[in-house]
Structure formats: structure tokens, C-alpha cells
Write a new protein. Structure first.
Length: 243
């Protein structure tokens, strides 16, 4: 009787074991499906991040070129330094390229050229989540959106280097120098006067030049100085993703 009872217990427990093992397998496959979906979503986010950053960096390079060209041509350059240059923000070719490198396609892109230019890109993965125990995942693709911004690093240098130094010279005591004697002594000083005109010629002060400070470092962009060090795009602007 005892042996028969034990055999019956084992027979009753077997379906329970099968049910538990089946449930565990289903949970394992479900967790695997969630992992597949998460990996696809992360891939889409990586592609969106890379695409928006690439687009913003392309525009940052254009801002640097516009700034240097404006200085060289003697045109107003302050807007370029503040990231407000006249740019065509309608297209995002760099975004498409970097999205494709990360196996995604750009579904939309848009820019806001405000005080802090923003570049938003939306993407969809080129691959679906794949088959799983969850119905419909074989036709589900990962999507994501990212926004990158350009932050100016620079500000105009305070003060004016030309100052009032040259304007102070004629303001000395009237008895000093050749200008103090109204008689013939002045005629002998004509050479000095003409020499002064030559020294203060139009070349130095009228030459196009830009002076600004970027993160505590002073820069002078002088087209007349062929050997001068020019700031890089990353010196002028930072590019990062928004939170």
C-alpha cells in the first residue's frame, strides 16, 4: 500500500513539474524578447545621438568659416561669434550619413536657429526587433529622437585697444614742445608734423581684425598676420546633446 501511494504521488507531481518548467521557459523567452526590444531601442538612440551631433558639428564648422571670412572681408562678424550667422539649416546630409553608419534611417530632422541653435533628428532602425514569444515583434522597428545644441564659448574682449592714447597727446601743457611757440620755430618742426601723419597712417587701425575671449583664452584674428594662430571650431563653440 505504501509503495503504491508513493508512485501515485510521483504521478501527480509530474504535471506540476511540467507546468513549472514550461512557465519558466516562457518567462525566459519573454525576457529574451524584452532584451531584443531594448537592444533595438538602444541602437536607434545611438544612431539618433550620432546623427544630431554630426549635423551640429557640420554647422559649427560653417560658423567658424563664416566668422573668419567676415573678419577677412571687413564685414560684421559678431553674429558669427554668437552662433547667429546666416546659415541654411534646412538640410541635414551629415545626419543621414551617421544614421546609416549605425544601421538606421533618418525619418525627420529640424533645426532651431535661436540664441542656442538646436538640431533635432528622428530615426528608425533598418532592422526589426525580430521573432519572439511576443506577437508582432518581427515587424517592430526601433525609433528614437535626439537633439544637439551649439553653445558659443566666446565673448567680445572688453575695452577698446585703440583707446584714447593718441587723443591725449595734443592735450599737454601749451608751453611744451613745438606747438607751444606760435613764432617761426614751428616752421622748423614741419618735418616732425608730416612724419607724425605718416606714422599714424591708415594701414594699422583700419585693417580688419577681431578680438575675443573663449573660455578665458584671448584670440586675435588678424588676416594681415599670415603666421597667426587661428581658433578651431571647438575653440569657438561646444556641441553637446540636450538632457
Amino acid at each position: 500500500m505504501t509503495a503504491v501511494r508513493h508512485s501515485g504521488d510521483r504521478g501527480q507531481a509530474f504535471p506540476i513539474y511540467v507546468t513549472v518548467v514550461g512557465a519558466l521557459l516562457f518567462l525566459a523567452f519573454a525576457f529574451f524578447a524584452v532584451g531584443q526590444a531594448s537592444a533595438t531601442r538602444n541602437g536607434a538612440q545611438t544612431a539618433a545621438d550620432a546623427a544630431s551631433l554630426a549635423w551640429a558639428q557640420d554647422v559649427r564648422d560653417e560658423l567658424r568659416t563664416g566668422l573668419l571670412d567676415a573678419v577677412e572681408n571687413g564685414e560684421p562678424w559678431e553674429d558669427w561669434l554668437e552662433g547667429q550667422g546666416l546659415l541654411d539649416l534646412a538640410d541635414c546630409p551629415g545626419a543621414h550619413d551617421f544614421a546609416d553608419r549605425n544601421r538606421a534611417d533618418v525619418t525627420s530632422c529640424g533645426a532651431d536657429g535661436g540664441l542656442r541653435p538646436e538640431f533635432t533628428v528622428e530615426v528608425r532602425t533598418q532592422y526589426p526587433v525580430g521573432r519572439s514569444v511576443i506577437p508582432g515583434t518581427e515587424g517592430t522597428y526601433g525609433t528614437a529622437k535626439a537633439t544637439a545644441v551649439i553653445e558659443p564659448r566666446c565673448r567680445l574682449t572688453s575695452g577698446d585697444d585703440t583707446g584714447d592714447d593718441t587723443g591725449d597727446e595734443p592735450g599737454g601743457p601749451p608751453g611744451d614742445g613745438a606747438g607751444g611757440d606760435p613764432d617761426g620755430e614751428d616752421d622748423d618742426g614741419d618735418g616732425g608734423g608730416s612724419g607724425g601723419d605718416g606714422d599714424g597712417g591708415d594701414g594699422g587701425e583700419d585693417a580688419p581684425r577681431a578680438e575675443f575671449t573663449c573660455d578665458g583664452k584671448d584670440w586675435t584674428v588678424d588676416p594681415g598676420d599670415d603666421g597667426g594662430l587661428l581658433p578651431s571650431a571647438s575653440d569657438l563653440f561646444s556641441v553637446h546633446l540636450t538632457d
